[in-house]
Write a protein that binds this ligand. Structure first.
Ligand SMILES: Cc1cc2nc3c(=O)[nH]c(=O)nc-3n(C[C@H](O)[C@H](O)[C@H](O)COP(=O)(O)O)c2cc1C
Length: 254
């Protein structure tokens, strides 16, 4: 099945090579205006996005976000932020106090933020721009909060580089639909789909020189596909200090 929207979605590939050409402010605004059309929990719109074009700031962000050079190469960095600060003001204007202490409050804002970011991604790609999400915006969350002057009750969820593609990015195969689409109840036996995907990812050659290190594990490329790569990644702790920064930003996560 296909139509222009599905074709655009299926052509998605993260872009990590950018031309230096600026993205006009009108295009950044078009991308964010599209993001604003996303569904949002109770129409609360609990997210914001900080558009960074300043080169020195992007250089700092590139360093903070795992030294990824494409962040500096891309002329725009969008920091997608879960935002309950705006509702603090709304409550103040109407003489009440926002309850933010539960996990659910943070989830509402984080989900809103991620949904809006993905709409922006598709809008950008429809305009011929390239994007790459930057999860490593959470590698040094306090430094990012300080750099972007994020107030209490906001938190950086994900970054996004934005710019004109300098090179064609290749689409990456996905898990077989049977692993993702469950009918009526969750199906736990997905091994056949996992093995099939392991082979199709290994065949792309993507892992050459990009293995996740693991002590005592074989570095034999023949054994190294999506299963080994993902298992090694999933077996490592990630960003273990996050809770303390969330609490400092006023998200108690009770
Ligand atoms: C939340 C999130 C965080 C990501 N963070 C990074 C990142 O820090 N650096 C990077 O190069 N790619 C990052 N990516 C891109 C993924 O690696 C990419 O989407 C995935 O490998 C699938 O490839 P594709 O987007 O080209 O289809 C991120 C993607 C998401 C959704």
């Amino acid at each position: 099945m296909n139509n222009p929207t599905l074709d655009l979605i299926h052509r998605h590939a993260s872009q990590r090579r950018y031309k230096p050409d600026a993205v006009p402010a009108a295009l950044i605004e078009a991308v964010v205006a599209a993001a604003q059309c996303s569904s949002t929990s109770s129409n609360l719109q609990t997210y914001s996005v900080i558009a960074v074009t300043n080169a020195a700031k992007r250089e700092r962000l590139a360093t903070l976000c795992a030294d990824q050079s494409f962040i500096l190469e891309a002329p725009v960095f969008l920091a997608w932020v879960a935002d309950l600060a705006r509702l603090d003001r709304v409550c103040e204007l109407r003489g009440c106090t926002q309850v933010t202490e539960h996990v659910e409050s943070f989830l509402v804002a984080a989900v809103d933020c991620a949904i809006a970011a993905q709409t922006a991604a598709l809008a950008a790609e429809s305009l011929g721009l390239g994007i790459c999400y930057v999860g490593s915006i959470r590698n040094n969350p306090q430094e990012v909060i300080d750099l972007l002057e994020l107030p209490r009750h906001t938190f950086p969820i994900v970054g996004m580089s934005l710019g004109w593609p300098a090179k064609e990015a290749h689409t990456k195969p996905r898990l077989p639909l049977s692993a993702i689409l469950h009918r009526e109840t969750y199906q736990t036996n997905q091994d056949a789909a996992l093995l099939e995907y392991d082979q199709s990812m290994a065949a792309t050659g993507i892992y050459a020189g990009r293995q996740v290190p693991a002590t005592g594990k074989s570095e034999n490329m023949a054994d190294y596909g999506w299963l080994e790569h993902s298992a090694r990644r999933a077996a490592r702790p990630v960003r273990a200090g996050m809770r303390a920064v969330l609490e400092k930003q006023g998200f108690e996560l009770k």
